[in-house]
Write a protein that binds this ligand. Structure first.
Ligand code: UDP
Length: 246
């Protein structure tokens, strides 16, 4: 079979040239990494689960008018996406204290925040994704003030919508990370949601038991990583049959 041209290999996904100009194929691998890739493992079937979960969430967000790079799922591990220029800023939205925020301010994990907090990190493996503020983003030209404004407004809408969606299936959306891209559209650039939304980049806690149903199971060696991702997919009604095998 003719191999497609690889465009980029990330920590858990590989991007290939798409079938038409302006498209890419996003391939979900089973790799799990943490702590800037110092910790690595293969979680059998994770890619299949994340592909299905991200497809579902991007479609639902598209339905409420959030512009996304997602086009369609192609098969168990691949989705077709629009080719965008990724803005090198990771947007983290938090509802409860957890992870690095809990550590930074000595807060007990699970402490509700007075309101949702948005943080920005510069997307750079070399620098270890340092936390940045709006001044850095505009001064260094990573995004314009208009783009930053769009990213913030979209992130808050995504947070409100996904908080309700997950609550409906018994999961608390603690925090998550989004990435945005620029899409050239009718002679102007627009900001669209890119990358993925999966338990790799969200914290999801079971409402009843408090169990962690996300990548913290891998980061913190809690076990049953695949089972947690499967349960998230099952609750969303997108568990692929082949992902149920032992
Ligand atoms: N996150 C991510 N990629 C990163 C850093 C964070 O997807 O490179 C997600 C993470 O899964 C969590 C949220 O962003 O849902 C907040 O992460 P935090 O800053 O607490 O960092 P962590 O404790 O994961 O190092």
């Amino acid at each position: 079979m003719a191999r497609r041209r690889k465009i980029y290999e990330g920590k858990a996904k590989t991007m290939y040239e798409g079938p038409e100009p302006g498209t890419l194929v996003q391939y979900f691998r089973d790799d799990a990494t943490a702590f800037n890739a110092q910790k690595h493992a293969i979680i059998d079937g994770k890619g299949v689960l994340n592909n299905a979960i991200s497809e579902y969430l991007m479609l639902r967000l598209g339905e409420i008018g959030i512009p996304t790079a997602f086009v369609k799922r192609l098969n168990m591990r691949e989705q077709l996406v629009r080719r965008v220029e990724i803005i090198p800023v990771e947007v983290v939205v938090r509802n409860l204290a957890a992870g690095s925020l809990a550590t930074r301010f000595k807060l007990e994990e699970g402490t509700p925040l007075p309101r949702s907090i948005i943080e920005y990190f510069y997307k750079s493996d070399e620098l270890g994704d340092p936390m940045i503020c709006e001044e850095h983003i505009t001064a260094f030209g990573w995004a314009s003030t208009q783009e930053l404004d769009d990213m913030m407004a979209l992130s808050l809408r995504v947070n409100d919508f996904l908080t309700g969606l997950f609550l409906g299936v018994g999961l608390r959306l603690v925090d998550f990370k989004l990435e945005f891209g620029r899409l050239f559209n009718e002679d102007e650039f627009t900001v669209v949601l890119a990358d993925e939304i999966t338990p790799d980049n969200c914290r999801l806690w079971d409402v009843k038991t408090g169990d962690k149903m996300d990548k913290d199971r891998f980061r913190r060696d809690l076990g049953n990583v695949k089972e947690a991702y499967q349960e998230v997919a099952r609750r969303l009604g997108v568990l692929p049959e082949t992902a149920v095998a032992p």
